[in-house]
Design a protein around this ligand. Structure first.
Ligand code: SIN
Length: 485
C-alpha cells in the first residue's frame, strides 16, 4: 500500500489521542482489509474502552483553550486543515479506494466534498451570531448568546469515510468544541490520515482525537454514556441509531442521528426520460448503491414504463465493475461478504415473489465482494426490498398509475431521508414536493448532496442537519442573559 501513497505521513497504524500517536492500551491491533481482493492493507491500534476514556479526557482538557480561541483564530486552523486535505487529495483518494472500494473518481469527489465542509465551516466560524430581544419590562434587556456544547463524539460510517467525518467535526471545531472520532472498523485509515493532517494544521493537543476500534459496541458505550461528552453525532443504520439514542438518554446528551433511508425515485409520464434514466443511474449506483440517499425504489408511470426501462437498461449494461483503482471502473466492490449476503438475499426474495431480473442478479464469481449491477422489473410492495434499504447496486422498478397512488406508495415507509422525482408539470411538482414525507427532495436531479444545503431526514431517518448554515447550530447551546438596568 505504501508504494501507492506518496505522503507516507498519512499512513499510520496508531490512534491519535490527546495530541499523541499511540498504540491501544490493550496493545492489540485489528486488520484493515481491501474489500476488492481481500488482502491485508495494514493492522491498526485496536482501541478499547480505556483508550476511549483517555481520548475523552484529552478532549475535555483541551476544551477551555480551544473555545477561548477567537473565531478568526479557529477559522485559520480549519482553513489550514482544508488546504492540507486539498493538497493531499490524490493520496487520500487512493487510501479511501483501498479501504472502502469505491472507484477513484468517486473517491476524489469524496475528498473534495469532505474538504468543502471544512472550508465552509472555517468561514461559518466567524458568523455565529446571537440576538437581542426587546425586553419584557422597561428596565430589562435580553441578549441571546451561543456557546459550544463541549466535547463531541462522532461515530462515522464506512460508506463515506472522509466526508462523514468532516461534515460532523468541522462545524464542531469551528464553534470551539473538541472531538473524539470513532471511525467505522472497515475504514479507519481515512480517519487516521485526516488526523495526521489535522495535527499538521495546528489544532492544539486534545482538540482532535481518533480512536479506531474493532469493538464499536464497547467503545460506543463509553462515548454514549460519558458525562463529559455533551453531544454525539452518528451516521449509520436506524437500528443502531435507536440503541445509541437509548444509551445517550442516561446523560440527556444532545444528539444528531443521520440514519437509514428508503428513497423513492419517481418518474412521471411527462418527464425527460433520458435525463430521468441518467439521474436514476447516478442516484442508484453511486458508491455501488451504498449510500443512505440512494434510489431504493424506482416508480415509473405506466404510460412510459417500457421506454424508461429500455433507456435505463442500456445505461446499466455499460457500467463496468472491478477494482476501484482501475480508472475505467464505475462500480467497485461492496464493503464485505455480509453486504453481499444481504443483497443476494433481497434479490432472491424478489425473484421468488415474481420479480424479473432484466440484468445482473448475482455476485461475481471471479471477484471478491463484487455484485453485478442489477435491474428488476415486475416489482411489488410484497418484496423485502420495498421496505429494506438495499445498500447495493440493485434497481427495482415499480409501475404506478396516478400521482395520488405514487405519493401514497412513496410515503409508506418508516423512514424519510431523501426522495426524487422527474416531471415537467409545475403545479404537480409543487404538489408532489410538498406531499413527500422526506427531509430532502431531488426534483429533476438524482444528485442532491452539497455542503451548501441541510442534509438530514425525518421519521426514523433521524434528526439534526449537517452542512449549510443549519449544520453549525447542532454544536451550540443557546444561553440568554436577562439584565436589569
Ligand atoms: C450518506 O450516505 O449518509 C451520505 C451521502 C451523501 O452525503 O451524499
Amino acid at each position: 500500500m505504501k508504494n501507492l501513497i506518496e505522503n507516507v505521513e498519512l499512513v499510520k497504524n496508531q490512534a491519535f489521542i490527546n495530541g499523541k500517536w499511540v498504540h491501544s492500551n490493550s496493545r492489540k491491533k485489528f486488520d484493515v482489509i481491501n474489500p476488492y481482493d481481500g488482502k491485508l492493507l495494514i493492522s491498526v491500534a485496536d482501541c478499547v474502552t480505556d483508550d476511549a476514556k483517555l481520548a475523552i479526557d484529552g478532549a475535555q482538557g483541551a476544551l477551555p483553550e480551544w473555545k477561548a480561541f477567537t473565531a478568526i483564530a479557529r477559522s485559520k486552523v480549519l482553513r489550514k486543515w482544508f488546504d492540507l486535505i486539498v493538497e493531499n487529495e490524490e493520496d487520500l483518494a487512493k487510501l479511501l479506494t483501498l479501504e472502502q472500494g469505491k472507484p477513484l473518481a468517486e473517491a476524489r469527489n469524496e475528498v473534495a466534498y469532505g474538504a468543502s465542509f471544512v472550508e465552509w465551516f472555517a468561514e461559518e466560524a466567524k458568523r455565529v451570531y446571537g440576538d437581542t430581544i426587546p425586553g419584557h419590562q422597561v428596565n430589562k434587556r435580553i441578549v441571546v448568546i451561543k456557546e459550544p456544547v463541549g466535547v463531541v463524539a462522532a461515530i462515522t460510517p464506512w460508506n463515506f469515510p472522509i466526508a462523514m467525518i468532516t461534515r460532523k467535526v468541522a462545524p464542531a471545531l469551528a464553534v470551539g468544541c473538541t472531538v473524539v472520532i470513532k471511525p467505522a472498523e472497515d475504514t479507519p485509515l481515512s480517519a487516521i490520515a485526516l488526523a495526521s493532517l489535522a495535527e499538521q494544521a495546528g489544532f492544539p493537543a486534545g482538540v482532535f482525537n481518533v480512536i479506531p476500534t474493532s469493538d464499536p459496541v464497547g467503545v460506543g458505550m463509553v462515548l454514549t454514556e460519558s458525562k463529559q461528552v455533551k453531544k454525539l453525532s452518528f451516521t449509520g443504520s436506524t437500528a443502531t441509531g435507536k440503541k445509541i439514542m437509548e444509551q445517550c438518554s442516561s446523560t440527556v446528551k444532545k444528539l444528531s442521528l443521520e440514519l437509514g433511508g428508503n428513497a423513492p425515485f419517481i418518474v412521471f409520464k411527462d418527464a425527460d426520460l433520458e435525463a430521468a434514466a441518467e439521474g436514476a443511474i447516478a442516484s442508484k449506483f453511486r458508491n455501488a448503491g451504498q449510500t443512505c440517499v440512494c434510489a431504493n425504489r424506482i416508480y415509473v408511470q405506466a404510460e412510459v414504463y417500457n421506454d424508461f426501462v429500455k433507456y435505463y437498461l442500456s445505461k446499466v449494461k455499460r457500467l463496468k465493475m472491478g477494482s476501484g483503482l482501475d480508472e475505467q471502473v464505475s462500480i467497485g466492490p461492496l464493503i464485505n461478504q455480509k453486504a453481499i449476503g444481504k443483497v443476494t438475499a433481497l434479490v432472491k426474495d424478489a425473484q421468488k415473489k415474481g420479480g424479473t431480473i432484466k440484468t445482473g442478479g448475482k455476485p461475481v464469481a471471479t471477484g471478491r465482494n463484487l455484485f453485478e449491477p442489477t435491474v428488476i422489473t415486475n416489482v411489488t410492495a410484497r418484496m423485502d426490498l420495498n421496505q429494506q434499504e438495499i445498500f447495493g447496486p440493485v434497481a427495482p422498478i415499480f409501475k404506478f398509475r396516478s400521482a395520488e397512488e405514487v405519493i401514497q406508495l412513496a410515503n409508506n415507509t418508516k423512514v424519510g431521508l431523501a426522495a426524487y422525482f422527474y416531471g415537467k408539470d409545475n403545479s404537480l411538482i409543487w404538489q408532489v414536493a410538498e406531499a413527500l414525507e422526506y427531509g430532502m427532495i431531488g426534483i429533476n436531479t438524482g444528485m442532491i448532496s452539497t455542503t451548501l444545503a441541510p442534509f438530514g431526514g425525518i421519521k426514523e431517518s433521524g434528526f439534526g442537519r449537517e452542512g449549510s448554515k443549519y449544520g453549525i447550530q447542532e454544536y451550540l447551546n443557546i444561553k440568554y442573559l436577562c439584565m436589569e438596568v
